[in-house]
Design a protein. Structure first.
Length: 434
């Protein structure tokens, strides 16, 4: 593992913009697949009345967590929807009654031990709010007979350009973060906490350092601003010095890594019992006239959110869910907000940076090796590309295509503007196909 990373423009122009509350929309469309793992099955049908926080999707699969209604109103449709990744899933569309009547199901959970914590976090519908969407209860449900967890790493790096939603969480909800950390440490008997924050967020470092100065076990770690500092394996190493070996989870090395907004949400859920029905996100990009941070209900359409930020739709050529490095382009502005969306960015054509993934004009590889130097995992993107082009599964597997986390660093540094990260995604799928 390398720590040099790459230097990308931060463009965190919204960092000083306090979070605004997005009004209750007329309709929401709530996807049954908002987390990594098995999608949920809808528990409601057309014509049903639902309330805020009511469970409307559930799955018995191990890798899944429930989905709740973010509004009160009437279910007007349960149909298939196309996700940004090309897969389809069921979605529940609700006409909001504007009353926001809370469900009787909502009550603070009783959390006394690890088992009740895991159960509560699962019931909250919580999945990683940093963007990956890994169901949070699974991280907490480790086998104590096999692993000994001694460290909690709070991922507050927020290394992608533009996105400032975690930063706003740190500035606006500091106590939720600290109380959430303390609850997890008490129940899981974790000795050390490392809050990793990039050094381009000095206010957050200062605030959290000050508010944890009497907590001997909580360490605020100032990290170098380099991309992808927030990748799970990278931040685990940057904060604890431990290397997560190939095929291992952080828990195999005594670590739980959790996003900073996720830990704050867990604290709020334990106090109130209100499940994950809304989230904070950044809206930015050069086609957006009023960039902002908003707290919006899950299921709100991207179009409504972009309109709120006065986006120039005539000029917007690309809408990205997430950051410009690892985000996904949306095919449709009617796509609804999901639990994992920490940003929507709208760009005019080729304006982010010519060396970014958005730029398509590529030339021949000049064998400069920059992509190899940039890869945080020490992979050889240029060789992976060649192996994929000749459909050589053995070579792809020997060169560990499975480790690629699609961070985009190789594409970003390539002077020939080759779409290496995109190829690697295709290559990964190919290498594991039969
Ligand atoms: S996208 Fe994959 S190969 Fe490219 S730098 Fe990131 S981890 Fe390495
Ligand atoms: S950075 Fe681009 S040009 Fe340089 S070796 Fe890698 S693929 Fe080739």
């Amino acid at each position: 593992m390398r720590l040099n990373g790459i230097h990308i423009p931060h463009r965190k122009g919204t960092q000083y913009f306090e979070t605004q509350t997005f009004p209750v929309p007329e309709r929401v469309k709530i996807s049954m697949s908002q987390h990594m793992g098995a999608p949920c099955t809808p528990l409601v049908k057309k014509g049903d009345t639902v309330k805020v926080g009511q469970k409307i999707g559930e799955s018995e699969a191990f890798m899944s967590c429930p989905v709740h209604s973010s509004v009160s109103g009437e279910v007007v449709d349960v149909s298939d929807m196309l996700l940004a990744n090309g897969k389809t899933c069921k979605a529940v569309e609700i006409a909001c009654d504007g009353q926001q009547t809370m469900s009787e199901e909502i009550e603070p959970p009783v959390v006394t031990d690890k088992q009740s914590l895991v159960k509560a976090v699962r019931e909250s519908g919580c999945c990683g709010l940093g963007g990956a969407g890994f169901p949070t209860h699974i991280k907490l449900n480790y086998d104590e007979s096999k692993v000994d967890i001694d460290s909690l790493v709070i991922n507050a790096a927020e290394c992608e350009p533009y996105i400032t939603s975690d930063f706003r969480e740190m500035m606006e909800n500091t106590q939720d973060i600290i109380e959430g950390i303390k609850t997890l440490c008490k129940i899981l008997e974790i000795e050390n906490v490392y809050i990793g924050i990039e050094d381009n967020k000095p206010q957050a470092i200062e605030k959290l350092t000050k508010q944890t100065e009497n907590e001997d076990s909580i360490h605020v770690v100032k990290l170098k601003s380099s991309y992808p500092q927030g990748a799970e394996k990278v931040i685990a190493f940057s904060t604890t010095g431990r290397i997560i070996k190939e095929g291992n989870l952080p828990s195999d090395h005594g670590i739980i890594v959790m996003n900073v907004s996720t830990v704050a949400f867990i604290n709020r859920y334990i106090k109130t019992g209100v499940p994950l029905i809304s989230r904070r996100l950044t809206i930015d990009g050069d086609a957006v006239n009023k960039p902002c941070n908003v707290k919006a209900l899950i299921g709100t359409s991207v179009k409504d959110l972009l309109e709120f930020a006065e986006t120039d739709f005539d000029k917007a050529q690309k809408i990205i869910a997430g950051g410009p490095m690892m985000g996904m382009c949306l095919y449709d502005a009617d796509t609804p907000l999901s639990k994992t969306n920490n940003a929507f960015l709208a760009f005019k054509e080729k304006t982010y940076a010519k060396k970014s993934l958005l730029y398509k004009g590529q030339t021949n590889c000049i064998r400069c090796g920059r992509c190899i130097g940039a890869c945080p995992l020490g992979l050889m993107p240029t060789e992976l590309e060649k192996a994929y082009d000749r459909r050589d599964k053995d070579a792809l597997n020997k060169m560990k295509i499975n480790l690629c986390m699609n961070c985009g660093s190789c594409s970003f540094v390539c002077p020939a503007r080759r779409n290496l990260a995109e190829k690697n995604q295709l290559a990964k799928g190919f290498a594991f196909s039969k």
